[in-house]
Design a binder for this molecule. Sequence first.
Ligand code: SF4
Length: 376
Amino acid sequence: MLQLVEPEALRGPLLAWFDRCRGDLPWRRAEDPYEILVAEIMLQQTRSEVVATRYQGFLDRFPGVDALVEAPVEAVEAAWSGLGYYRRARNLHRAARILAGRGTLPASAAEWAELPGIGAYTSALLASRCCGESSPVLDGNVERVLSRFLASTEPPRRAAARRKLLGTAARLLDASRPGDSNQALMEVGSLVCRRGKPDCGACPLAPGCRAFRSPELDPRDFPAPGPRRDREVRHCFTAVVRRGDELLLHRRPGDADWLAGRWHLPTVELASGEESIRAAEALGREFGGCWECDEPAVLVRHAVTYRDFLVRAAVARWRPVCTTVESNGDRVPSGRSSLAWFGHGEIDGLPTSSLLRKTLDSVGVNRADPPIHSGP
Ligand code: SF4
């Protein structure tokens, strides 16, 4: 019969391995709760290699809660440039204001979870690192490690499987260093128990790992795959309007379901196959003013998680006040305040997205090109 070492007996070896082998990342060493908070928000949806290039610069610019609170949110978003998902920057700014108002740090996962942008995973991790709370966490890496450790045949996102994995994660936590225990499990997933190539010989959990210790099992068969999410296709039209060396950009609403809060080219969603003339009408309805779009538009493909954006983009002209009188007697409204002109030197400091660069490249408009007069 298979003899497996209990998780509790692996706490020490797991921490010893972490002390020896942890990656040299600045947030691993951080002890200041503010610095930990910044790192964990950045790491929510951005790879650690990218965070590593931005983290220290952000802390230099905003070394503490007070500096963040005093800064306008636009400055925080600009410092977030390159990390994507700018909603996190706005939430971090709001969280800093709440913390400054309270005057004390949250004392538990439940209190951390009251701050904007902090869900179950981040609150548990922050509580373990900043408050010494034995709150286990499950990220994608830990799900894989523990699915293999238990040889779990259920997809890890199912509620029953999650409960089991969290229970095992809790048994692996050392109450004297819960934050390090959580980080150690994540690090095992990133360095040792890799997706296609687990290095079981180097793993501190090997003595208790069912998938490794059972001769009939292959760790690579775990975790069990979950149901595939259907991809969603979105059809859009984007207008590239220039005035001298300036570009017309639109600040997308903070609650938009893509590119929320970011500056982007004026874009409308259209049904598949609608012509540019319909796009001009839709742009007028959405942003006001009169729009004329060149033909043909070029197709830009952009994938974000489970969504495929098929964006037709064209050089366009825009007049903010249209003289056309609609049938109801109203003038078409002039451009909305969320539209603004930016010189190319200014755009680099704005929260934008890779889709902006991709679209400009596809249309053949380089921000350093000679001026095209397509706006008023
Ligand atoms: S022993 Fe192998 S499969 Fe099990 S947790 Fe470690 S690396 Fe993963």
